[in-house]
Design a binder for this molecule. Structure first.
Ligand SMILES: Nc1ncnc2c1ncn2[C@@H]1O[C@H](COP(=O)(O)OP(=O)(O)O)[C@@H](O)[C@H]1O
Ligand SMILES: [Mg+2]
Length: 356
């Protein structure tokens, strides 16, 4: 059974449309990530699920129970939904222990024990219990906010950009800790982020938002490989996009002939490949390669174990025109220097994008 169901949710602030026709299923125990640029409606959607905003129209259900529709509104405190807002929002005049214990109904020793357990579960040292929020680092504040939300034993946990204030190393470590913690507790989670690598690594369901609309959702690997359009393709990583003529399951383009995964016959379309689907090797002189085309390395960006090469393809159409430039990944140690003549070939299928 699906834990959370959103049906055709609309929300406007005056003439500003914040959410437009959002429908989404969040399965029990899943980690759903909502990703999208700033202003795309992510926070509005989370606040609506939590019960701090109400839709102009649409319906929200949790485990079959209606949370909101045209006649019903279950208030936030009755929803059993944990919410960690974008800034953590700890009570500044309360210690760590008081923040975490805020909503606990137990008292005395039992309450202290529960607070200690919650602190332990988010890897906070017990000697921090009497500290004030301003005496904590960003990562520690986020963990207190998470422990406070977990104290309610929520059916669903909503996290709004919880790692955005942390630096890269700590961010990855926190992400792993939180993912494990929520999985162990069996809590269905919705995480909001505008960071594509965070989205891809955390999610088992990914939903992409743009301008108040949910443009695509599915498994992260499917969205990475089969994005509907160029904007989604580029939002989820680097992409090589070029025009092609599609014929009988093949794309004919500047890279030669590449098989496609979703073919439409005899049409022109934009195709997409990820840079890791391209490889370079030295051209075999006097011999034709079975696939791919020739090019010249115009730039080499050394990045340790991998290099990003810019390769200008030999123009197949007009020799006087400069060819198309592409990004290609190569192993750092064996990457050819700028000026090298190379042969570029492709791995796997090209993906045909839908018309804009
Ligand atoms: N309380 C509000 N009043 C007016 N406009 C709002 C309010 N909250 C959000 N918006 C607008 O709704 C849109 C979506 O905002 P938000 O949900 O915060 O986006 P995100 O979290 O993806 O950055 C934005 O254009 C924002 O300016
Ligand atoms: Mg936001």
């Amino acid at each position: 059974m699906n834990t959370l169901e959103l049906h055709s949710i609309y929300k406007a602030y005056g003439s500003q449309r914040a959410l437009e026709n959002i429908s989404l299923s969040v399965p029990t125990g899943s980690r759903t990530v909502i990703v999208g640029p700033s202003g795309s409606g992510k926070t509005t959607l989370l606040r609506m699920i939590a019960g701090f905003e109400f839709p102009d129209s649409g319906r929200l259900t949790l485990n079959g129970q209606t949370l909101v529709d045209s006649t019903h509104e279950v208030p936030a405190h009755q929803r059993l939904i944990g919410y960690v807002p974008q800034d953590g929002a700890l009570f500044p005049h309360m210690t760590v222990a008081a923040n975490i214990g805020f909503g606990l109904s137990t008292k005395g020793l039992e309450k202290q024990q529960r607070i200690a357990e919650l602190m332990d579960s988010v890897a906070l040292d017990s000697n921090m219990a009497e500290r004030w929020p301003h005496e904590l680092s960003g990562g520690q504040q986020q963990r207190v906010a998470l422990a406070r939300a977990l104290a309610q034993q929520p059916r669903l946990m909503l996290l709004d950009e919880p790692f955005s204030a942390l630096d890269t190393g700590l961010r990855a470590a926190m992400r792993k800790l939180v993912a494990r913690l929520l999985a162990d507790a069996g809590v269905t989670t919705i995480l909001v982020t505008h960071d594509q690598s965070e989205a891809l690594s955390f999610a088992d369901q990914l939903a992409v938002m743009r301008q108040g609309r949910l443009v695509q959702s599915g498994h992260p690997l499917d969205l990475y490989r089969y994005p509907d359009d160029e904007q989604t393709a580029l939002f989820l990583g680097e992409a090589v996009v070029m025009p092609a003529r599609i014929e009988a399951g093949w794309a004919h383009c500047d890279l030669g002939r590449i098989p496609v995964n979703n073919h439409r016959n005899n049409s022109s379309a934009q195709i997409m490949l990820r840079p890791e689907q391209l490889q370079v090797c030295s051209p075999i002189t006097g011999e034709a390669h079975s696939q791919g085309c020739r090019g010249v390395v115009t730039d080499r960006d050394f990045g340790g174990n991998t290099c990003t090469l810019t390769v200008e393809l030999e123009s197949l159409v007009n020799e006087d025109q400069p060819g198309r430039s592409l990004l290609v990944r190569s192993s750092g140690m064996h990457a050819p220097p700028a000026g090298s003549a190379v042969h570029v070939s492709t791995i796997g299928h090209a993906h045909v994008l839908s018309e804009p």
